[in-house]
Design a protein around this ligand. Structure first.
Ligand SMILES: Nc1nc2c(ncn2[C@@H]2O[C@H](COP(=O)(O)OP(=O)(O)OP(=O)(O)O)[C@@H](O)[C@H]2O)c(=O)[nH]1
Ligand SMILES: [Mg+2]
Length: 503
């Protein structure tokens, strides 16, 4: 007979220490056995997790890992949606209905913001300053020159002052009209927090400002799940009709109710959006709306329609902040070879950037997204830092990071459509970026100026003499972006094949 060592061998001091006391009662024995069983379960779970992780790493060995990096609002998640549209369009269709919640939230939040600005403005409608004036935040206290020099911006040039400042609505009629709109819209505005809660699953992120909502990877199904307590699987299809047919049975009662409210309030929203006071404040830049706010308010007739299902363009314009790192997987076929790509879409706010590092050591490529339209904007997390300055600082850190020194590097100078629109509206770069000086304020000069700064950062931090691939992009433009994604895919693939010694 084979003899096995006793469970409580006298030779082992640890097992001796764990040996039950001879005076152990029945109850103590039951508690001990339960805790030993729980410890065993946890240990086995850890072993399973480790085995799974090893398998996953083994599987991923030949895969391409692409990181999307850049500051908050730069367009990383929008670019990820373009990849999804290109390589896994069914998955975008399956989650189409869940974007309704985000878009309703974007609309309600924008209305709330407009009404809040109007409230603060009611008392001082006559105190309108010159166009282009941006006195809601003092420039002199901000970093506006490249490289974080604290030079601030020059005071507005007398040339910028309009000889006849726009007069906003007189207090009486306009103010009464706005007060009525505020009253009628208040039930809709009151849903803001419920919507935020639905999207974030109750998680709030400190310092997120503007009442933004952060979502973790997989929020689309969780949003529906948390509302209904179940997820219904639908057959995948490229047809938006599926989304429409499935949407009703899957729809969250809160979202349904807000859809109904939007329908009833559409005229009031139109009236507020087209109100001369709102237009006047926007022209004076006393009221600054984010690009997605303007987009959805311009399309409110469609968004407030019964049975609204977001179009692909709507999904590309919807705004929700990424929390942590979200992994998306696609199969990319090139020259008959099928390779799995893992796209890592990161949260770009300063408080999120520490989550990027664990993904650096086995990354093959990075697309760094820098919004060039942001020259007149400041960080949510640090209102003293100009957004372009922050992008350059972040790009410096990425270029100089030792873990990333062999990674294929692509730069997207993004939001060129918004840059063009701002310049066309007469915004002057020099007012925000002092080093721009007296250069011509046209689109070509401005984009080349920004590009030169990014190239300079790359040159100064390029011991390995790696190539930087640069693209001017507007990632909400599907046709142009998909063409660029094709180029990027080819260049990443070439590098990948070379490093895998397959060519
Ligand atoms: N007009 C325009 N809008 C853009 C462009 N790129 C992104 N946007 C919009 O800008 C907003 C922010 O884009 P996101 O993709 O969510 O930004 P992000 O980099 O993922 O931000 P975080 O998740 O906070 O790090 C969204 O409403 C997008 O639709 C662009 O090139 N042009
Ligand atoms: Mg994002």
């Amino acid at each position: 007979m084979i003899r096995t060592p006793s469970l409580y061998s006298q030779d082992d001091p640890i097992t001796a220490a764990l040996k039950p006391s001879p005076s152990e009662t029945e109850h103590e024995r039951a508690v001990r056995l339960a805790s030993e069983a729980e410890a065993k379960r946890i240990s086995e779970q850890i072993d399973d997790d480790l085995r799974e992780e090893r398998e996953r790493l083994k599987r991923r060995k030949g895969d391409v890992k692409l990181l999307l990096l850049g500051q908050a609002e730069s367009g990383k998640s929008t670019l990820q949606k373009q990849f999804q549209l290109m390589y896994n369009p069914n998955s975008l269709n399956q989650e189409r209905a869940s974007w309704t919640t985000v878009i309703y939230f974007n609309v309600v939040h924008s209305l709330k913001h407009i009404l809040a600005i109007l409230e603060n403005w009611d008392d001082s409608l006559d105190g309108v300053e010159s166009p282009g004036d941006d006195s809601s935040q003092s420039h002199s206290s901000r970093r506006g020159g490249f490289g974080g020099n604290d030079s601030g911006s020059p005071s507005p040039s007398p040339m910028d002052v309009s000889p006849s400042p726009i007069r906003l609505e007189p207090r009486d009629g306009g103010a009464v009209q706005i007060a009525n709109l505020r009253r009628r819209l208040s039930p809709l505005i009151a849903t803001d927090e419920q919507l935020a809660d639905r999207l974030s699953g109750g998680i709030t992120v400190s310092g997120s400002g503007k009442g933004s909502v952060f979502v973790r990877s997989g929020w689309q199904s969780r949003t529906v799940e948390s509302a209904l307590g179940r997820i219904r699987k639908r057959p995948s299809s490229e047809d938006e009709r599926y989304a429409r047919e499935g949407a009703d049975e899957q729809q969250d009662p809160l979202v349904k109710e807000i859809g109904r409210m939007l329908q009833l309030c559409e005229n009031d929203i139109q009236e507020l959006w087209n109100h001369p006071t709102v237009k006047g404040l926007m022209a004076k830049r006393k009221l600054k709306l984010d690009e997605w706010s303007e987009f959805f308010l311009r399309h409110i007739h469609r968004v407030a329609a019964p049975e609204y299902i977001p179009s692909t363009d709507d999904i590309l314009h919807a705004r929700i902040q990424t929390m942590g790192v979200a992994e998306h997987t696609f199969d990319v076929n090139l020259h008959g070879k099928n390779v799995t790509w893992h796209l890592f879409d990161v949260g770009g706010a300063r408080g999120q950037r520490h989550t990027w590092v664990p993904y650096f050591d086995d990354a093959n490529a990075i697309i760094f997204v820098a919004p060039v339209s942001a020259f007149d904007q400041y960080l949510e997390e640090d209102p003293r830092t100009n957004r372009i300055d922050d992008s350059l600082q972040l790009f410096t850190q990425i270029c100089s990071n030792a873990l990333l020194k062999n990674v294929h590097l692509v730069l997207f100078l993004n939001k060129t459509d918004l840059l063009r629109a701002k310049l066309d509206r007469g915004l002057r770069v020099k007012k925000y970026i002092t080093s721009f000086g007296d250069r011509s304020n046209d689109y070509e000069t401005v984009v080349q100026y920004f590009r030169a700064h990014f190239l300079q950062v790359h040159r100064k931090n390029n011991e390995n003499r790696r190539v930087l691939y640069t693209h001017f992009t507007s990632v909400v433009d599907t046709k142009a972006t998909q063409r660029i994604i094709g180029n990027v895919r080819d260049s990443i693939f070439r590098g990948y094949l070379q490093s895998a010694a397959l060519v």
